[in-house]
Design a binder for this molecule. Structure first.
Ligand SMILES: *[C@@H]1O[C@H](CO)[C@@H](O)[C@H](O)[C@H]1NC(C)=O
Length: 135
């Protein structure tokens, strides 16, 4: 019992000091963005979920199981030489999955709303390398 509590305290401390979470796996991929109108969305139809939202590719979608999940997305670098240093702001944003990004048209791991993308990177870059984790 005591050992278990120590472990939980340890995990919480790791999270507090900004260590990569040990409880949620962190992945890398790419992010693109899409523009409004954001409704209807695959998950919520005409229910307004705000603008800090994203569409999941098959890497995340989980046959719709990703609907409503929150992801923290962090800009790592550009994917092309056109905009060598696209990351800005805090470099990190939390978005809610509201839509599906189908393989036929999806060019990234996660397709962010224009607002979410613009809060972490220059939209001129179109696509960025990211790390992401469920929160
Ligand atoms: C983006 O990620 C890819 C795949 O990991 C990597 O090959 C590429 O060098 C990265 N681009 C930059 C500018 O770091």
């Amino acid at each position: 019992m005591a050992e278990w509590i120590h472990f939980v305290v340890f995990l919480s401390a790791m999270n507090l000091i900004g260590f990569p979470s040990l409880t949620q796996a962190q992945y890398t991929g790419t992010a693109t963005f899409y523009n409004s109108p954001y409704m209807p969305s695959y998950c919520y139809g005409y229910e307004d979920e705000g603008v800090m939202i994203a569409a999941a590719s098959d890497a995340i979608w989980n046959n719709g199981g990703a609907c409503g999940q929150m992801y923290q997305v962090t800009c790592l670098s550009g994917t092309n030489s056109g905009v060598p240093f696209p990351c800005w702001g805090s470099g990190s944003v939390v978005v809610k999955i509201v839509d599906y990004c189908p393989p036929e048209s999806c060019r990234g791991t996660i397709d962010l709303s224009q607002e979410a993308f613009a809060s972490i990177a220059n939209t001129d870059s179109g696509s960025i390398n990211i790390s992401f984790q469920q929160v």
